[in-house]
Design a protein around this ligand. Structure first.
Ligand code: FRU
Length: 499
């Protein structure tokens, strides 16, 4: 991580990216090129609230340590620079570079202000860099895709190479219509309409920040599925902003979903738990993937926040963090193909196990870990066999009257994260909440990997088959850890606390 100028201010995470100063929301333009990961993001260069939307920029060699760069694409009096993606134009199809020096091309949404002749519209525009992302030039022919719409945004562009041909594909949204719209192009400058997907599954809010990529199932390159990511706000599974995903096929023209449960805008909320969710917490939004990741890895990152209260989170000098980067795969679990997520682990190199326990019965009651095993920046790996106990789990960030409770109820199979008593919750009426996801035991066991980073808890259950991401604004001194069971009969299989 960079060394921000205001590192020690309250709640500033150590392993999660924050802008050194000022507001941040969606990750944008994620790309690996010439040995460097580039992270751009929705940024207000001059304020701690949403506004003056521009693309901030940071670079990393390992997805863990980020160096903040000068703001890459700056808003002006005519347009705000909304979310989008970036590609390495290897064959210089755009002509912005040379065959020897292919350009990086950013595809972003121009949100036109009243001062522009296109005022009120959202359309897609290009900016390019021929110096590895250090400086960016807006294309003089902008916008390159304009439907006359006020809600056409968040383009994700990738190179399609399949039976239908080879071309660029753009996946964007008509946000209010809950539609993903697809276009194709030979040169990134002129775009031809392909197809529309949606509305489907969760439609309780606008659709934003889509993504579309192919992944092998169970690591078998011969069996693949396409994953269509659709973020929506509000209408997420835990309230407010969230990301959903569909699995299916893409033939170069049309995405066909095999995971549509409900179609159209008439929704039945009782079916929400049947939809594919990227995360079951409150704070994983606008998640999209990196382009060109080495070794075919599919790496995603989200804004660790929620539009319900994202504007008033209690930080000063900076506001908004990104999640850890997550590698996603598709795997068959209990007969169903699901998205598995594993965090790029900040503790993998250099973390020390400060406390561990081997298998033992977990008697009814609360078992506080020794004070040395405390912390607000930790990884915790825990495995339980709930057995006859009704509820088992962990107390996180405990101190005084504060604690965040991660509990598994073996009667219902529900894993819950309760932040109602985490600490500072009263900055917004909808912040205090309990998040829930059904997680089947595997061989009678529940495996948890938990990352604490000052103002957040990220939970990966059953090797990432389900995740819960929540912000928690606890006092720095609320750092104790505990285990609990509500009656005898549970076993702790293993526990490790890594700092
Ligand atoms: C998602 C979003 C995008 C938009 C951007 C503006 O959080 O609303 O749809 O491009 O934020 O900052």
């Amino acid at each position: 991580m960079t060394t921000p100028t205001v590192l020690h201010c309250q709640y500033r995470p150590q392993h999660h990216y924050t802008a050194d100063r000022n507001w941040l929301n969606d990750p944008n333009g994620l790309i690996y090129a010439n040995g460097t990961y580039h992270l751009f993001y929705q940024h207000n260069p001059s304020g701690n609230e949403w506004g003056n939307m521009s693309w901030g920029h940071a670079t990393s060699a390992d997805l863990l340590h980020w160096d903040e760069q000068p703001v890459a694409i700056v808003c002006d009096e005519q347009e705000a620079i909304f979310s989008g993606s970036a590609v390495l134009d290897r064959n210089n199809t755009s002509g912005f570079g040379t065959p020897d020096n292919p350009p990086l091309v950013a595809i972003y949404t121009s949100a036109y202000s009243p001062a522009s002749p296109l005022g009120g519209r959202q359309a897609q525009s290009l900016a390019y860099s021929t110096d590895d992302g250090a400086s960016w030039t807006k294309y003089s022919g902008n916008p390159v895709a304009d439907r006359g719409s006020a809600e056409f945004r968040d383009p994700k562009v990738f190179w399609y190479d399949g039976t239908a041909g080879n071309y660029w594909v753009m996946v964007a949204v008509e946000a209010l219509d809950r539609e993903v719209v697809l276009y194709k192009s030979a040169d990134l400058k002129s775009w031809e309409y392909l197809s529309t997907f949606g509305p489907a599954n969760a439609t309780g809010g606008v659709w934003e920040c889509p993504d579309l990529f192919e992944l092998p199932v169970d690591d078998d390159p011969g069996t693949t599925k396409w994953v269509l990511v659709v973020n929506l706000n509000p209408g997420g599974i835990a309230g407010g902003s969230a990301g959903q995903y569909f699995l299916g096929t893409f033939d170069g023209v049309t995405f066909v979903s095999e995971s549509t449960v409900t179609e159209g805008l008439q929704q039945d909320d009782s079916r929400m738990v049947e939809y594919g969710w990227l995360d079951w917490g409150r704070d994983y939004y606008a998640a999209v993937s990196f382009s060109n990741s080495p070794d075919g890895r599919r790496l995603m990152i989200g804004w660790m926040n929620n539009w319900q209260y994202g504007g008033v989170t209690p930080t000063s000098g900076w506001r908004g963090a990104l999640t850890l980067v997550r590698e996603v795969r598709l795997a068959t679990r209990a007969g169903r193909v699901v998205l598995m997520q594993a965090a790029v682990d900040p503790f993998e190199n250099g973390g020390a196990t400060i406390y561990s326990e081997a298998r033992r019965p977990l008697a009814a009651g609360t078992h506080w870990l020794p004070a040395e095993a405390s912390g607000d920046v930790l990884r915790i790996d825990a495995e339980f066999e709930p057995g006859a106990a009704g509820e088992v789990g962990l107390l996180l960030r405990a101190g005084g009257a504060e604690q965040t409770v991660l509990a598994y109820d073996s009667a219902t199979g529900v894993l819950s994260l309760d932040r109602t008593t985490c600490g500072n919750t009263d900055f917004h009426e909808s912040f205090a909440s309990v998040e829930r996801v059904t997680v089947p035991l595997e061989d009678g066991r529940l495996r948890l990997r938990i990352f604490l980073d000052r103002c957040s808890v990220e939970v990966f259950a059953q090797d990432g088959a389900a995740t819960i991401t929540d912000q928690v604004f606890a006092a720095e001194s609320s750092a104790r850890l505990g285990l609990f069971a509500d009656c005898d009969g549970a076993e702790l299989i293993s526990l490790a606390v890594v700092r």
